[in-house]
Ligand binder design. Structure first.
Ligand code: 0HH
Length: 208
């Protein structure tokens, strides 16, 4: 039986990075898909600590907050650095990715028609920060010489941005190489090629 369960709407949304991480770590998981109609009944919402999905279960442990899922999996599967200093840096970069994800989601859900062009124009100012980190570290990962949960989160946010603006990495060679390398990891490649991944829209409002 799969040890992990994700309960969420039928989107990649805030579980995109978790799913990619689970796939790359060779883990199996069960998906419970919640329809808009079922969610609106309110019973499930009442059981969610912050009144929102996704929910992540690891045996008897129930978690909410998507970045918490990544941290939990990072601890369990050796993707949280080699020591406390690396772990702190991984937290820092994951928080940086979260800042970018939040800006992206605000644009997608609240100002797609009015704000998309300005968002794309401003994007290099955000992406160049990650470009500098990867160019300096040289290992191909954000921190140290092995993959961490922050790498999966950055990778997934970049995949979404490449859909929004296919040329957004053209002048950012370290980020381009990062995406190419992670996309080619066999278990990630198999997952990204799967119907399970492809059938889900990126966002819940059809914008991407
Ligand atoms: N900080 C939380 C995390 O990272 C944020 C969770 C969140 O925003 O896990 N949850 C949203 C759904 S994510 C939620 O539960 C966006 C996906 C939208 C897909 C369509 C949703 C249709 C259902 C109405 N939202 C529902 C709510 O707040 O009642």
């Amino acid at each position: 039986m799969a040890p992990y369960t994700i309960t969420y709407f039928a989107v990649r949304g805030r579980c995109g990075a978790t799913r990619i991480m689970l796939a790359d770590q060779g883990q199996e998981w069960k998906e419970i898909v919640v329809s808009f109609e079922d969610w609106m009944k309110g019973d499930l919402k009442k059981t969610c600590v912050f009144g929102q999905l996704p929910k992540f279960e690891d045996g008897g442990l129930t978690l909410f907050q998507s970045n918490t899922f990544l941290r939990h999996l990072g601890r369990k599967h050796g993707a949280y650095g080699k020591n406390d200093c690396e772990a702190a840096q991984i937290d820092m970069f994951n928080d940086g990715v979260e800042d970018l994800r939040t800006k992206y989601l605000k644009m997608i859900y609240q100002e797609y028609e009015t704000g998309k062009d300005a968002y794309i124009k401003d994007l290099p100012n955000h992406l160049c920060k990650f470009e500098a980190v990867l160019a300096k570290n040289k290992s191909g990962f954000l921190v140290g010489d092995s993959i961490s949960f922050a790498d999966y989160s950055l990778f997934e946010v970049l995949l979404n941005h490449l859909v929004l603006s296919p040329t957004c990495l053209d002048s950012l060679p370290a980020l381009k190489s990062f995406v190419d390398t992670l996309s080619a990891r066999p278990k990630i490649k198999a997952f990204l090629d799967s119907e399970d991944y492809k059938k889900l829209p990126i966002n819940g409002n059809g914008k991407q």
